[in-house]
Design a protein around this ligand. Sequence first.
Ligand code: 9E8
Ligand code: ZN
Length: 259
Amino acid sequence: YPWGYDGDNGPDQWHKNYPTAKGRHQSPIEINNKEVHYDRSLLPWFASYDPGAAKTILNNGKTCRVVFDDSFDRSVLRGGPLQGVYRLRQLHFHWGSSDDHGSEHVVNGVRYAGELHLLHWNPKYSNYLDAVRRTDGIAVLAIFLQVGKTPKPEMKRILEEINAIKTKGKEAPFPNFDPSILFPKSHDYWTYHGSFTTPPCEECITWIVLREPIIVSSDQMAKLRSLSKNAENEPDLPLVDNWRPTQPRYFRMVSASFL
Ligand SMILES: NS(=O)(=O)c1ccc(CCNC(=O)Nc2ccc(Cl)cc2)cc1
Ligand SMILES: [Zn+2]
């Protein structure tokens, strides 16, 4: 069912066709220092990604997504709050129409210009679709994009491909890419149980939200905003503001790996 981010098919309407969107474990949420619980038993997380697993980059009209070969434990995330390894399946972005907003999670009232999500699934389940129906099926590593003067050169590779996927449905080969080059120095994180931030909003995600943002330039954000949500032969509609507002935390604990 067609859903979007504005007006009559926007986030406040999603629950009409996707009732889970009104659940008790929805994402994103506000992360506020005074409500976070430092958990010294939380382990560090590790990503071991094979650059050869990267396949293609595409514009699906909702975001810019890079997909990886997840047919075996080739690129995995482990540790942190996770039991066992989770297979990297795809990464994508959320961003705003200007640099002062665009992230999905909000930290002590701060909205970042964007947010990078790396989605992993638990191979103890027979396939991705099965994992999506399990509370421990998916793990998303979330990294904030902050606009600054000294952008991370590693972002260039992704943004160079944007011209090849301007409109919805466009896809381009994206070989030899290890997304861990995008990671910030610190591995400090918050973790909580939540959902996909887009319909059907299944509540199957262990969120690992990094405290340290990565720095991108305003030009790099403008590059993301140059994507269109329409197909090639349709009137141009900028692909911007593809973020869901924060959802009620209810009785969920947000744990921090750091003091
Ligand atoms: N912003 S986020 O990280 O929460 C997030 C990550 C991934 C999605 C897509 C979830 N949906 C999906 O992947 N559906 C699907 C895919 C393949 C088959 Cl074969 C069937 C169904 C939505 C939000
Ligand atoms: Zn996302």
